[in-house]
Design a protein around this ligand. Structure first.
Ligand code: F6P
Length: 535
């Protein structure tokens, strides 16, 4: 049996370190006593500068965390991912979303000893990636240049929705042309209904995005969209005008299911692309339609730059590693159960929703990859809203509440083409909030007292462009890999979501049969109220 993370020597040393050095650490004194703190605890990674000095840790903390990474074989696990090993052990799959953004000549990783030792299958996989990418981008450019298509409706949920949605929203300054993008995910008919009321079959392209092509919500939305299409002038026959063939594209690994649904145009991808890691694949078609093939490739390049940094930089100079270890530090040693994401950018307004799936579906688990109970906390609750809105919603609690909640600020040096004064105000607010959390306030009466000494990280991007966004998302992907490797969990499956799906199917059946045997009283009572509502 492998050693559980809390049995490792470094884990015990970190617990002692917390009690002796950090529990009473005051950030204000730490800065006063160490003028080098800001430099020692900041780092420049590709496209992103990170000031980690306002966190409740020291260089000694980081050194012990890096020792924990070593004892957890984190670099060996990282190299196993880079070599194409099937590290998603419960689904017997490789984990290679990073391959989707690797240049055909292997780019910055060409000199990696791990890449140089690749099997022929890996070289073939990279070739397949580029054939698929070229095909997707050609289709995207064809759709972009078609003036008859005015609306793109992406129907998908989870990673088949959140990834494309966060990127199309974030890169709205890079979206050229006048096509409208709609993202439909919820099975609530209001979402699809609101979109259908505003589009026409002849000028709409439906993208049915589903890795499995079996997800109930997506399939119901897709069937309803097809029914609407046929009832409003669309045609089933491929050779007819305004046909399903011309106005529906499937984005999936399950081409057979797409064909059975009646869609012949399918962009495929591979089972080694996890749903929450799939925006770089065919699932990213709406992104490519929105920003064009050149900018899509720029986004891939930004992510690849972060990949090379993650796979090759020494642990102490590796931003994804330092952030992943910080997450373990806060969760398991400081006892902090959530992290607030505060992107000071309207464009990043959907980032937190995306990161919730990325982090909480990846690491919200309680068993190790070997199936052993893990008796330590794992993924924190990730939540938040863009700044400055959060300042007028929940920052009160962050400043004066009983819980210490680490805040992750994300800001842009260059605010792009709109209203420079607004951007200066935005960034100064972000910096001031991070400062206020740390310095606090005393002496103005109890009701105004802010304890201060409250931690935050500050990520600063040059601007919100495809390359920077690619690097930012790749940073978060690798960061959850690191914390997952320390906890020794499988960050790439999601068995926990199966039970709810199964019970929903059973309740449909109970409702149809009006037979509630074996159903608990609460569920039964609620279902009966639902049934009564129909009469
Ligand atoms: O939430 C479970 C999940 O499988 C996610 O991992 C996935 O992103 C989502 O459902 C949608 O799955 P699919 O892309 O197969 O429709």
């Amino acid at each position: 049996m492998t050693t559980l993370c809390h049995e490792l020597p470094a884990w015990q040393q970190l617990k002692k370190h917390y009690q002796e050095r950090i529990q009473s650490l005051d950030l204000r004194q730490a800065f006063a006593q160490d003028t080098q703190r800001i430099n020692q605890l900041s780092i420049q990674a590709p496209h992103i500068f990170a000031d980690l000095s306002k966190n409740r840790w020291t260089q000694e903390t980081e050194a012990l965390l890096q020792q924990l990474a070593t004892e957890s074989s984190m670099t060996q696990k990282r190299d196993a991912m880079l070599s194409g090993e099937r590290i998603n052990n419960t689904e017997n799959r490789s984990v290679m979303h990073w391959l989707l953004r690797m240049p055909a000549d292997q780019g910055a990783l060409a000199r990696s000893p791990v890449v140089r030792a690749w099997s022929p299958d890996m070289h073939q996989a990279l070739q397949d990636v580029h054939e698929s990418l070229d095909q997707m981008l050609a289709l995207a450019d064809q759709i972009r240049s078609n003036p008859e298509i005015t609306d793109i409706v992406n129907i998908g949920i989870g990673g088949s929705h959140l990834g494309p949605e966060v990127v199309v929203n974030a890169l709205e300054d890079w979206v050229d042309g006048d096509k409208r993008f709609h993202f439909v995910s919820n099975v609530d008919g209001h979402e699809l209904g609101h979109v259908l009321r505003r589009i026409k079959p002849e000028s709409t392209l439906f993208l049915i995005a589903s890795k499995s092509f079996t997800t109930a919500e997506t399939m119901l939305n897709a069937r309803s969209a097809r029914q609407w299409f046929l009832e409003n002038g669309g045609n089933e026959a491929p050779e007819a005008d305004c046909s399903i063939d011309q106005h529906f594209v499937a984005l999936t690994t399950n081409k057979n299911a797409a064909a059975e649904f009646g869609i012949q145009r399918t962009l495929g991808f591979w089972d080694w692309v996890g749903g929450r890691f799939s925006l770089w694949s065919a699932i990213g078609l709406p992104i490519a339609i929105a920003i064009g093939s050149e900018q899509f490739r720029a986004m891939l390049d930004g992510a690849h730059a972060m990949d090379a940094h993650f796979f090759e930089a020494p642990l102490a100079e590796n931003l994804p590693v330092r952030l992943g270890l910080l997450d373990v530090w806060y969760r398991d040693f400081c006892g902090l159960s959530s992290r607030c994401i505060a992107p000071y950018s309207h464009g990043l307004r959907r980032l937190t929703a995306y990161l919730q799936q990325l982090e909480m579906e990846s690491n919200g688990k309680s068993v190790t990859r070997d199936g052993h109970a893990l008796n330590v906390p794992t993924a924190p609750v990730v939540w938040g809203e863009p700044g400055t809105n959060g300042q007028h919603a929940f920052f009160q609690m962050l400043h004066q509440g009983p819980d210490v909640i680490p805040v992750e600020f994300i800001a842009l040096r260059d605010g792009g083409k709109y209203l420079g004064e607004h951007h200066q105000s935005l960034v100064i607010n972000a910096i001031a909030q991070a400062q206020a959390l740390m310095v606090g306030r005393d002496g103005d009466g109890a009701e105004k007292f802010c304890a201060g000494n409250r931690p935050s990280s500050f990520l600063l991007l040059q601007r919100l462009d495809p390359a920077s966004l690619g690097a930012l998302i790749a940073l978060y992907e690798h960061r959850i890999f690191v914390s997952g490797a320390i906890w020794n969990i499988n960050s790439f499956d999601q068995w926990g979501v199966e039970l709810g799906k199964k019970l929903a199917t059973q309740l449909h059946s109970h409702l149809e049969r009006d037979d509630w045997s074996g159903v608990d009283p609460s569920t039964q009572g609620l279902m009966k109220r639902l049934a009564q509502a129909k009469h």
